[in-house]
Design a protein around this ligand. Sequence first.
Ligand SMILES: NC(=O)c1ccc[n+]([C@@H]2O[C@H](COP(=O)([O-])OP(=O)(O)OC[C@H]3O[C@@H](n4cnc5c(N)ncnc54)[C@H](OP(=O)(O)O)[C@@H]3O)[C@@H](O)[C@H]2O)c1
Length: 282
Amino acid sequence: MSKVWVTGAGGLIGSEIVRTAPRWSPDSEVVALTRAELDLSDFDAVASRYRVDNPDVVIHCAALSRPVDCERNPEEARRINSELTGLLADLAKDGFMLHVSTDLVLDGAKGGYTEEDPPNPLHDYGRTKLAGELLARRHDGHAIVRTALNFGCSPEGNRAFNEQMRSALQAGTDFTLFTDEYRSPLATAVTVRVLWELARLKLGGLYLLGGSERVSRWQIGEALTRRWGETPGTIRPGSLRDYDGPPRAADLSMNCRKLQSLLSFPLPGFHEWLEANPEARV
Ligand SMILES: NC(=O)c1ccc[n+]([C@@H]2O[C@H](COP(=O)([O-])OP(=O)(O)OC[C@H]3O[C@@H](n4cnc5c(N)ncnc54)[C@H](OP(=O)(O)O)[C@@H]3O)[C@@H](O)[C@H]2O)c1
């Protein structure tokens, strides 16, 4: 049996990793590190707890994950997204760490990204996550997984973009969704299955992880609102060409061939997954 530390265990992806451990890794003993369990900004406490638990694997999901929070709290973003990742990577140097990073380390200028494409983050969130990647890469054995936009269900129902959009629509907010901004979204249920497979393989390196379909924000919104039925708020199509706010990554679609070759199952596309899971709450 291996002992697995899961940081960010109260968040969207971390909670799903913990919840699905009996299915995808029944012989693992999971230590679920929610904020209540351990404040990860206290590095002395993290190091002491690590030495007590002595895990074989760390799946590192904790982050300041909302770009707007990173812009507001740059110090905290650097501490959690960058320095904490470096600390955990060093602590786990004789074990294995799976660091969950983001497609937002890329600038979205080209789309169809592979692991060979150089990062160029547009915001503090991506910049601090990239700095964390670089610290994790000091140890060749660790894996860094740049995850695409996830949709799913978080413990409080407020972490995933689909949850936030649905609540806002139900509260009467209207949305403009870009027909020319692209992502490779993936259900969190699939993301965590991949992470569990990688945790067992213990293969170091950089991997991109997303769904197999390139879809626009508008297509995403159309499919989800169809599923949700009528809401007081509505969505309307728009174009990035008419957008005048902080920089946005236009096309973060990805080619996940490298990771796909290691997996026991095919990465599904966005529409394919929704159709195959008509009862799933998204
Ligand atoms: N969701 C996506 O679409 C997506 C896409 C690409 C990459 N990612 C990456 O995937 C990872 C997981 O994302 P997620 O969506 O699950 O994010 P999330 O729901 O925001 O979860 C992050 C967790 O980290 C915890 N955390 C932050 N600071 C902490 C601290 N000082 N001490 C203890 N816990 C702390 C948060 O605790 P609280 O709940 O108490 O705040 C939260 O539970 C992140 O690294 C993110 O960058 C996510």
